[in-house]
Design a protein around this ligand. Structure first.
Ligand code: HEC
Ligand code: HEC
Ligand code: HEC
Ligand code: HEC
Ligand code: HEC
Ligand code: HEC
Ligand code: HEC
Ligand code: HEC
Length: 349
């Protein structure tokens, strides 16, 4: 798919090639897109996408602390470290799971509270995290010749061309016709998923697991709408449309008139509680990632999770709604479920 045709093809191929834009083009790198799309580039720079995987040359100025005994000269790459947590890769391409001297140590740094967690304690852990953290991932080979790096890619992190396809064609002949734009929910869901794009979000330890936005969406009430209904794909999550008034205008107006609205709450405070966990949990009902289930179950006896068995293996998943302990009691800490249920029922009536 990459490269090839453009270089040696005859006129016939060229016609074919122009008829199927993107197919035969080369990757040119996100920097190249900056010249003509500075706005998208700058927004994207501030989002998590490009920071997902960073070479040490860039990451060493990030101010992140390192696992015990390590200096930046022992590191090849940093994974994440933009939002919730950072993990570190050594010079051979393996994710660091011990202190430098091989002794037991916590090696995942959590940004929100500055704590450290164990990550596959003591295991030899190759960086086998493609295709979700990089651009144009291929399974074969080892990036930079490092044995622990499984696969190769053209750009670290999620560059413009991961979503828009190889850009050499478009750069030569800039127009809407020479570049791909995929607005489907699956285009985002191919990375924002766990165990496929199904509607049973895997859960663990009382929380939904992270990077499951499409699974959550499909389990909840917005299964038919796309990520783009609320997100500009170039922007940070905090800039998502959270008034919801494009589709729920009446409720938006109502909220602005009541006690919660007057206290500065928005829809996400109740409908998207942090029922999902990436790096840390703040309490038994507060993780660190907002869920996309949206539905609130007002039954005080309801449980968010269920267990299923497949091929003799039991697993837990989230049922498709959040319960009142997640939706109300993280703020109303001195209250209980019965109290919350009384007020939650017919909440917007
Ligand atoms: C030399 C200038 C130039 C460069 C470099 C360039 N583009 Fe464009 N791009 C354009 C023009 C012109 C358009 C058409 C705008 C229009 O018709 O409204 C466009 C449109 C687009 C669109 C919108 C397509 C649509 O259907 O709305 C996307 C996406 C895009 N470019 C992505 C990229 C990416 C990714 C790169 C880097 C690989 C890139 N561009 C580099 C000039 C450029
Ligand atoms: C995570 C996937 C993703 C990445 C990364 C990404 N884009 Fe886009 N881009 C999209 C989607 C999806 C749309 C269509 C948005 C819509 O219609 O709401 C889009 C739209 C555009 C447009 C049309 C105008 C607009 O803003 O809607 C341009 C131009 C563009 N992208 C350029 C870029 C450039 C340049 C980069 C890198 C700096 C980039 N994109 C990175 C997914 C992405
Ligand atoms: C190639 C994999 C991949 C694709 C495709 C992808 N994402 Fe992401 N996305 C990620 C990863 C990995 C992160 C985490 C980045 C970080 O926090 O360092 C992320 C982070 C995000 C965030 C949080 C950003 C922030 O600043 O907090 C949003 C919002 C998001 N993605 C939306 C989308 C949307 C919308 C699409 C589809 C247009 C999309 N993503 C496509 C992998 C992907
Ligand atoms: C199916 C795609 C996928 C795979 C495979 C995957 N991740 Fe991620 N990862 C994501 C997405 C999407 C996010 C951000 C959204 C979220 O956390 O809900 C993320 C977030 C992260 C973050 C937090 C980034 C930040 O700035 O806070 C780290 C660290 C991370 N992943 C490490 C890993 C490691 C290490 C592996 C391999 C062992 C891996 N991931 C495999 C998709 C994936
Ligand atoms: C109905 C609107 C809506 C839809 C649809 C939606 N999101 Fe979101 N998303 C939001 C809002 C609102 C936030 C919260 C932003 C904040 O924290 O202020 C958010 C947050 C996120 C975050 C960051 C979560 C965190 O707390 O770290 C990611 C990643 C994300 N969305 C990805 C996606 C992806 C991928 C899809 C599609 C599969 C999607 N979203 C669909 C509204 C939506
Ligand atoms: C693109 C349109 C659209 C946007 C944007 C949107 N919604 Fe919805 N929402 C819907 C539709 C349509 C339904 C009805 C789904 C059904 O009944 O199957 C719905 C249903 C709901 C429900 C569930 C009602 C029930 O049955 O209990 C909640 C809660 C909800 N939305 C909250 C939100 C919040 C919060 C936001 C903003 C973060 C939001 N919605 C943004 C279209 C939208
Ligand atoms: C203080 C918490 C809270 C806030 C803030 C909040 N909601 Fe709700 N919402 C609830 C509860 C609780 C229910 C469940 C009511 C029931 O099932 O009887 C609900 C139900 C809904 C429903 C389905 C039932 C209905 O009345 O249509 C929708 C749609 C909805 N909310 C959308 C929104 C939107 C949009 C916003 C922001 C404008 C918002 N909510 C803000 C707590 C809240
Ligand atoms: C993000 C924090 C937050 C969340 C989540 C939240 N509230 Fe509130 N709530 C407030 C604030 C702030 C007030 C303003 C009065 C105060 O300071 O107690 C308030 C006031 C109230 C009041 C009136 C005052 C009282 O204490 O009797 C009720 C009833 C109430 N909330 C119920 C709920 C229910 C039910 C939910 C869940 C569906 C919920 N709240 C979710 C922050 C929150």
């Amino acid at each position: 798919m990459r490269d090839v045709f453009g270089r040696w093809c005859c006129g016939v191929c060229l016609v074919l090639f122009l008829a199927t834009p993107g197919l035969a083009a080369d990757y040119v790198g996100s920097e190249t897109c900056f010249t003509c799309h500075a706005d998208q580039f700058n927004e994207w720079q501030a989002s998590g996408h490009p920071w997902k995987l960073r070479k040490v040359e860039k990451a060493r100025y990030s101010g992140l602390p390192l696992p015990p005994g390590y200096s930046w000269d022992d590191i090849s790459y940093v994974i994440g470290g933009a939002n919730k947590k950072a993990r570190f890769i050594n010079k051979k391409g393996y994710i660091i799971t011990t202190a430098k001297d091989g002794s037991e140590a916590k090696t995942q740094y959590n940004l929100q509270d500055g704590s450290w967690s164990f990550y596959h304690k003591g295991e030899k852990k190759p960086y086998k995290c493609g295709p979700c953290h990089m651009t144009a991932y291929e399974k074969e080979g080892n990036q930079g010749g490092m044995p622990g790096m499984i696969g190769t890619w053209v750009e670290d992190g999620i560059g413009c061309e991961e979503c828009h396809g190889p850009g050499s064609d478009h750069v030569k002949k800039p127009s809407k016709k020479t570049v791909k734009v995929d607005r489907s929910v699956e285009a985002c869901g191919k990375c924002h998923q766990r165990g496929g794009m199904g509607d049973q979000p895997p859960a663990k330890g009382g929380f939904i697991r992270h990077h499951e936005q499409i699974n959550e969406l499909r389990a909840g009430v917005h299964g038919a709408i796309s990520c783009l209904a609320c997100h500009n794909p170039h922007q940070r999550a905090i800039l998502a449309k959270d008034t919801c008034k494009d589709c729920h205008e009446g409720l938006y107006k109502k909220l602005t008139g009541n006690i919660h609205g007057a206290s500065g709450l928005s829809c996400k405070d109740c409908h998207m509680p942090k029922a999902t966990k990436s790096a840390i949990k703040v309490s038994a009902t507060e993780g660190d990632v907002r869920t996309h289930l949206f539905k609130i179950n007002t039954d005080p006896a309801a449980s968010m999770f269920a267990t299923k068995e497949s091929k003799g293996k039991k697993s837990t998943y989230a049922k498709g709604f959040v319960t009142l302990d997640f939706a109300c009691l993280n703020c109303h800490k001195s209250r209980d479920l019965q109290w919350a249920a009384k007020y939650a029922k017919d909440f917007h009536q």
